[in-house]
Design a protein around this ligand. Structure first.
Ligand SMILES: [Zn+2]
Length: 713
């Protein structure tokens, strides 16, 4: 494998790199030959790249060849075969994914949580096999935490890719899977006499890529993805295949599950008498497998203790691995023996997943509630039969979104495993398929559970939303948000009391908080003189809250504390003046992107929102930025501008910007006479030179910059 790295670029490829489109399309015969060559080499290099994370062909050369092929295929559409690398781009929208039936059911694996469980697995397996027990050996490989897929190849071409679904039937996601570079579109199976093959594996996301994706989502003010597994499952179901590519999905392939010759005979066992051979064959065919040379993730032994030791090694190093794994799979190596062991209704008897440290508990999914958030986003919440798990009682867990529900194939009444690893919030890890399944599938509603208006899902968001402005659930959540600790902080008006007042019709709008009839409240159950007095005081006190708290309370979408503070600072006289700000002007404020800016503009463009602010002012609520607040918030760096250059060692660039803003300073994008301070890290270049030339700019080291700030930083 390693000598591939040093392979020189063949002359044929060099010639291709000099080929121009005009020459290529001179005549159909030449074009066909060229297209074939290009397809071959592009497939070769992308495979090399994704198997070994390295390729001797520079990216620019790859792109050139790719572009050339794409153009030739455009001129001669017949040359665009399904295994052409250009078909990885994905085009067109698939509105619905067809249901397919798996050639062989995709069973889930039985689980072990301790070395004793694994020893028990070995003992019962040997008992089952009787005299053949002497032949037993095992393989060990990672249990990737992604989304399972089944690939069907016919005559060497990938013809279908499907999700696991309920194990018997899955969804056809071929168009999306084609975009995944680690999955070969053509595989030379025919050299082994295999005409039709079903191949199993896992779609995953690199940990770093997952973090990047989430950072991008957060920057775009969208909700981050729950975990890499959910991210992979969600991406596989994107309607627009070209968007799948952006998620940078990868695959690990771990089993040739079925292989048929031209006469339809199953020749799997004949080709691969052992699972070990099976994986090596896949690796050799060009799939990325646990046996990939750089991972040391595939192991064979005839000793169960050695298998357990290998798992322990991986338990130690899993955090350093590039992909999320939640355990290791131990499989009986001999396929003939596997067949003799067979399967229960739910699991093969010849394999076990040894799960890492997560704490587990099993309980019943009793029902699913669809909660409407303040911004209309619908969150499915599983209501569970209460169960003790790692020191807490769990009775309710988020199901995140529709993809999560489908990926788990949840039914009401299912027995589910709830997991909690470290400080992570408990979540449903999977359905216990050993128990009877619930009958009624969990179906995501099409209409808002509160106001019955039709739900809407913005493209590329995972959440469905109710967009009705008069949706009672949203209004109630809005009230709860307004009085919350981080907003107007009205003590004595918690979630339960707001809900009660809302149901009683005492609170219909935000203004109603300041119109409560306290004498009437005294007549309510559980409301004594004292508590009503306390409530009156805290409502009265809230009228004097600083402006930023009111801005948070108004619930402008994606406007959190930092943005609210910044907006408050820009208010000269009174809050409604913000309606004069355009999207462009708002974006000149630090950390306000186009989406937040648009949300702010939209908020202040609505008469009912301006009316709300006017009403609140009339009721005595502060809508102005006080002089004190202005002074405090102006900060120690107020009046000075800053720019950072070079590679910073003491803090990240984001942190540096945050510090400047936090202390009232201004950030500039380039060196000019208006700049007061240039802070230089290592290897500062042209900006430093320019600043020195201008001569009036203070040049600071990172430590000198820190020294400007108050001590507690
Ligand atoms: Zn609604």
């Amino acid at each position: 494998m390693n000598n591939l790295f040093s392979t020189p670029i063949p002359d044929e490829v060099k010639t291709l790199l000099r080929t121009k489109l005009s020459a290529a399309t001179a005549q159909a015969a030449t074009a066909e030959q060229l297209a074939k060559q290009l397809q071959h080499w592009l497939n070769h290099y992308s495979q090399l790249y994704y198997q070994t994370a390295n390729s001797p062909l520079p990216d620019t050369d790859y792109d050139y060849l790719f572009d050339l092929l794409n153009k030739i295929e455009h001129v001669f559409p017949d040359l665009r075969t399904p295994d052409s690398p250009t078909q990885r781009i994905g085009d067109g929208l698939s509105s619905n994914f067809a249901t397919i039936t798996h050639t062989i059911p995709m069973l889930s694996l039985d689980k072990a949580y301790s070395a004793d469980d694994v020893v028990g697995f070995d003992t019962s397996l040997r008992k089952l096999l009787g005299e053949s027990a002497d032949e037993v050996s095992y393989t060990v490989e990672p249990k990737f935490d992604g989304s399972s897929i089944a690939l069907l190849y016919e005559n060497d071409i990938l013809v279908r890719a499907a999700t696991r679904g309920n194990g018997t039937q899955g969804e056809d996601i071929t168009a999306n899977v084609r975009t995944i570079p680690t999955i070969p579109l053509r595989v030379n199976l025919s050299q082994y006499g295999i005409v039709r093959a079903e191949i199993r594996g896992e779609i995953i996301i690199h940990k770093q890529r997952f973090d990047q994706l989430n950072a991008q989502l957060v920057a775009k003010q969208q909700n981050p993805l729950a975990n890499p597994r959910n991210a992979a499952a969600g991406a596989l179901r994107l309607k627009d295949a070209s968007k799948v590519k952006e998620r940078a999905l990868e695959a690990f392939i771990y089993q040739l599950a079925a292989a048929f010759d031209a006469d339809g005979n199953d020749i799997l066992t004949q080709q691969c008498p052992q699972h070990y051979d099976n994986v090596l064959l896949l690796q050799q065919l060009g799939f990325r497998t646990p046996a990939a040379p750089n991972h040391n993730a595939f192991y064979q032994t005839d000793n169960i203790q050695a298998a357990i030791d290998f798992v322990e090694q991986w338990r130690q190093k899993r955090d350093d691995f590039d992909y999320e794994i939640d355990g290791m799979v131990i499989k009986l190596n001999q396929v003939a023996l596997q067949e003799r062991c067979g399967a229960t209704a739910h699991h093969p008897r010849w394999a076990i997943a040894y799960k890492f440290d997560a704490k587990q508990a099993r309980t019943i999914l009793e029902r699913v509630e669809f909660q409407v958030g303040r911004t209309g986003a619908i969150t499915p919440v599983a209501k569970l039969r209460p169960v003790a798990l790692a020191g807490v009682t769990v009775s309710s867990v988020s199901l995140h979104n529709e993809d999560f529900i489908r990926d788990k194939d949840l039914h009401i009444g299912d027995t589910v495993w709830v997991e909690r690893a470290g400080d992570v919030i408990p979540y449903i890890s999977e359905v216990d398929t050993d128990q009877p399944r619930g009958e009624q599938a969990v179906v995501f509603p099409q209409y808002c559970p509160s106001c019955q208006s039709q739900l809407y899902k913005p493209e590329d968001e995972s959440a469905w939303r109710c967009t009705a402005t008069d949706c009672p659930a949203q209004i109630e959540e809005h009230l709860i948000h307004f009085v919350a600790k981080e907003a107007m902080d009205i003590q004595g008006l918690g979630r339960d009391i707001v809900s009660r007042f809302f149901e009683l019709g005492l609170l219909k709008t935000i203004e109603d908080i300041y119109r409560l009839d306290f004498n009437h409240l005294k007549t309510l159950d559980k409301f004594g003189e004292k508590s009503v007095e306390n409530l009156r005081n805290s409502i009265e006190a809230s009228k004097k809250q600083p402006l930023y708290r009111l801005i948070i309370g108004l619930g402008i979408r994606d406007v959190g504390k930092a943005t609210a503070k910044m907006l408050a600072q820009t208010v000269e006289k009174d809050l409604p003046e913000l309606q004069q700000w355009t999207v462009e002007k708002l974006q000149t404020l630090p950390d306000i992107g186009p989406k937040v800016a648009a949300n702010i503009v939209q908020f202040f463009a609505q008469d009912n929102n301006l009316q709300l602010i006017d009403n609140l002012r009339a009721l005595g609520v502060n809508t102005q930025q006080s002089e004190d607040a202005k002074r405090i918030e102006r900060g120690i760096l107020s009046g000075y501008s800053f720019l950072f250059t070079g590679s910073l060692q003491r803090f990240s660039r984001e942190k540096a910007h945050e510090l400047v803003e936090q202390h009232g300073g201004k950030l500039l994008g380039s060196v000019s006479k208006n700049l007061h301070y240039l802070v230089v890290g290592e290897n500062a270049g042209s900006k430093l030179e320019k600043a020195q030339k201008i001569g009036t700019i203070n040049i600071l080291s990172e430590d000198e910059f820190l020294a400007l700030l108050p001590q507690e930083e």
